[in-house]
Design a protein around this ligand. Structure first.
Ligand SMILES: [Zn+2]
Length: 119
């Protein structure tokens, strides 16, 4: 994945995020404004925000929102788009469809087969 692709993905994730946030009617809940001194306060606020989002957006959407936040964190940490299992690059098409996906398609299908008792 090239830097340009990552930047495009990042931008579209931020857009999705603010769209979803907008529909909740809150501002800056997931903003990574770096005030580290208030870590506990922030954590508590995050949790409250999580609950609010969950009650207003529904489970699936709030999970999606969390996934986007995780994806953005990984992008910023420079760890994005690599399979957590085999460390190979995940196809960009897959990342576009499932931005917070942690496994490549091979590892994912292996895992699903194991879960289904096929191994
Ligand atoms: Zn993999």
């Amino acid at each position: 994945m090239t830097k340009t692709e990552i930047n495009q993905l990042r931008k579209s994730l931020i857009e999705q995020q603010s769209e979803m946030m907008g529909s909740v009617g809150r501002h800056g809940v997931a903003a990574t404004s770096g005030s580290e001194s208030l870590a506990d306060e922030n954590e508590r606020a995050d949790r409250v925000a999580d609950e609010m989002i969950e009650s207003q957006l529904g489970y699936a959407e709030s999970q999606q929102l969390k996934g986007i936040a995780i994806a953005l964190e990984k992008i910023d940490a420079g760890e994005y788009g690599v399979c957590e299992d085999c460390k190979k690059e995940i196809y960009i098409e897959r990342l576009k469809a499932l931005p917070h996906v942690a496994l490549c398609i091979d590892c994912q299908s292996k895992k699903e087969k194991v879960a289904a008792g096929m191994f």
